[in-house]
Design a binder for this molecule. Structure first.
Ligand SMILES: C[S@@+](CC[C@H](N)C(=O)[O-])C[C@H]1O[C@@H](n2cnc3c(N)ncnc32)[C@H](O)[C@@H]1O
Ligand SMILES: [Zn+2]
Length: 604
């Protein structure tokens, strides 16, 4: 007994949601408490997945039943010695076993959302979804999935680190018989395991240290047709363009620098997953893509279709980012040409921009390709938000995830990237109009505008850049600025007369729904010294002070790390500072930066 008590002294109990884990007080196994946002959001999306999968299956069964009834009316009930009622079952299996294209052909009179999703075997019984947590560490996430998401099948947890697997085994026992009957752990390299289990998992979760790039190729193969891949990337410095070449080597895309960098990070990750999927005649459909705290997390469904992958170039774009002003332009990689009732794919016609920016006369940096199709499915977002609201007590990070889902639900889904109102005011060196006035001017000019979950000052709009700059020209006419050097980008922009007379009077839709309802949209940081953590097993030294905070460092150096230890990025470098409330409160509304020909418009 004394021995057990002695052993327990080395551990502390962490509770999150309905799971409890025993955590060693040394830095032996990864645990980052602020990732509760990530785990809660994943649970919310998993619940939606379970519900949608059931709906889709029922829709298919109904469809099958209806067509069977039609056949029954026109044919005798016993065909070729088969009882018709048993043949539905067989026929359904055949549909999917013959390949997804055939499945799609056979159900082509169904609504689009339904036809693009049903690829699992259409048997009467829908098996509970099988989940793989490829990089599990303490097993906390797997345990939460198993305990909290109704209707899941087994959850398989993997890790290639012995201490993590030991800890995971211990935690499975610690969570009782139900958890033990559902969660299984293996000591293995996740890449090998995923390659050995093609299309076996309805859900695959990747939550690596830093970049997921080395796991993507095997992960896209392990997901069942219609299944869900959930993937985190915490290497924000790489994805945001601190070192573009590294990003290219990991993800196959060149980042450009702009205020939109965190959304661009999401779109680079999506483009990379799609590219891996395409190698196996598969493609993705994003359902939710979020930038939270210090990382990006995407939720995508994976399907197989040799014909659909021809559309991939239509979902990808290069970016031209002006080095002088905030203007950026997208160049899609492909296009379709319709001829005699048939649609052909062709390369896009470019370039989308002249050599010099038509707004300020400077040159462009070229980035991408990024995913330029929608990054969320509005129906999934709305269902997930409603579901979360209906079970508030079951989400420890309720406030955070509802604020993110609310802002996501308000985004213009077909407008890639965004600009910052403070930045454009900075470029022309004026005091910024209020967000409501600016939104009104855009709406009054006949264009759409929305906020973005990524940045409280970010603005998404389908207004072309000459309209945006015309609005700023009109604003400056009424709010004159000091004389500036003539060759500055802002001076060049202001030297042209506006073609449009901006109307700043308040438009009805100028407040976002969240603002109107006073829903808090951007929450303060979760705790002091929050962010990525040091990798498990790594010795904590004073150089980690910026990651963990001085208190934790003192504790660690004295051999008593508590919850500040646990996980980190591949490089242990802090991610670029996320833009939260700080942006709104601390940024001066007028000029913040100056730009030269080779300096990008803004830093991540
Ligand atoms: C960031 S932690 C995972 C955290 C966990 N998902 C959570 O929510 O608490 C990453 C884990 O991946 C494991 N790992 C790294 N490379 C791996 C590989 N090739 N195969 C399996 N596990 C790996 C590490 O040992 C570490 O425990
Ligand atoms: Zn420009």
């Amino acid at each position: 007994m004394a021995e057990v008590e002695d052993k327990l002294k080395d551990y502390e109990i962490k509770r999150e949601g309905e799971a409890e884990i025993l955590l060693k007080k040394s830095n032996a196994v990864f645990f980052n408490p602020v990732q509760v946002h990530n785990r809660d959001m994943s649970i919310a999306v998993l619940r939606t997945f379970v519900a949608k999968r059931k709906e889709e299956h029922e829709a298919l069964l109904n469809k099958r039943n209806k067509s069977h009834q039609k056949n029954k009316q026109s044919e005798p009930s016993i065909q070729n010695g088969h009882d018709a009622s048993t043949s539905i079952h067989d026929e359904m299996n055949v549909v999917c076993e013959n390949g997804p294209n055939q499945a799609e052909d056979e159900i082509d009179d169904m609504p689009k959302e339904v036809t693009k999703t049903p690829s699992w075997k259409v048997t009467r019984e829908l098996k509970p979804p099988l989940v793989l947590e490829a990089l599990a560490a303490s097993g906390l996430r797997s345990l939460r999935y198993a305990r909290e998401v109704d209707g899941l099948g087994k959850v398989i947890a993997l890790d290639n680190d012995k201490s993590s697997v030991e800890s995971c085994k211990q935690n499975i026992k610690f969570n009782g018989a139900f958890a033990a009957s559902k969660v299984e752990v293996h000591l293995t390299d996740a890449r090998v395991y995923m390659l050995m289990h093609p299309k076996e998992f309805d859900v695959v979760d990747l939550d690596p240290y830093g970049s997921p790039s080395i796991f993507l190729d095997s992960a896209v193969q392990a997901v069942a047709d219609g299944g869900l891949l959930m993937c985190t990337a915490t290497d924000m410095a790489v994805l945001c363009g601190t070192n573009g070449e590294v990003c290219y080597s990991k993800y196959g895309s060149y980042p450009t620098k702009g205020k939109y960098c965190h959304e661009m990070a999401l779109r680079i990750l999506l483009a990379s997953i799609e590219s891996h999927a395409n190698r196996y005649k598969r493609y993705i459909v994003p359902v939710l893509s979020v930038f939270m705290d210090f990382y990006v997390r995407v939720f995508v469904r994976v399907f197989t279709s040799a014909s659909e992958i021809k559309n991939t170039p239509l979902k990808l774009s290069y970016i031209y980012q002006c080095v002088g002003c905030d203007s950026f332009h997208l160049q899609c990689l492909g296009r379709t040409v319709s001829k005699n009732n048939s649609v052909k794919h062709a390369p896009a016609i470019g370039p989308a921009v002249p050599q010099e920016c038509s707004d300020c006369g400077k040159k462009f940096n070229v980035g991408g390709p990024i995913w330029s199709a929608p990054i969320h499915d509005q129906d999934w977002v709305v269902s997930t938000l409603a579901d979360v609201k209906s079970m508030k007590d079951r989400y420890p990070a309720y406030n955070k995830i509802t604020s993110v889902l609310t802002t996501v639900s308000e985004e213009l889904h077909d407008i890639p990237l965004f600009f910052s109102l403070h930045n454009i005011a900075g470029t022309v060196k004026c005091t910024s109009p209020s967000l409501v006035m600016f939104r009104s001017a855009v709406l009054n000019a006949g264009y759409q505008i929305s906020s973005t979950h990524v940045n409280p000052l970010g603005v998404k709009s389908d207004a072309p850049w000459d309209v945006i700059w015309d609005i700023m020209r009109c604003w400056v006419k009424n709010h004159p600025i000091k004389e500036q050097a003539r060759d500055l980008p802002g001076s060049v922009i202001l030297s042209k007369p506006p073609k449009l007379e901006a109307n700043f009077s308040r438009a009805v839709a100028a407040l976002s729904k969240a603002q109107a309802k006073k829903v808090q949209r951007f929450l303060p940081n979760p705790e002091r010294h929050w962010g990525p953590k040091v990798r498990a097993g790594r010795k904590i030294t004073s150089k980690h002070v910026s990651l963990l905070g001085p208190e934790a460092i003192n504790g660690a150096l004295n051999g008593a790390i508590c919850q500040q230890d646990g996980n980190g990025t591949a490089s242990d470098k802090p991610a670029p500072e996320p833009e939260g409330i700080k942006d709104v409160e601390n940024e001066p509304s007028s000029k913040r930066q100056k730009i030269s020909d080779d300096e990008p418009a803004s830093e991540p």
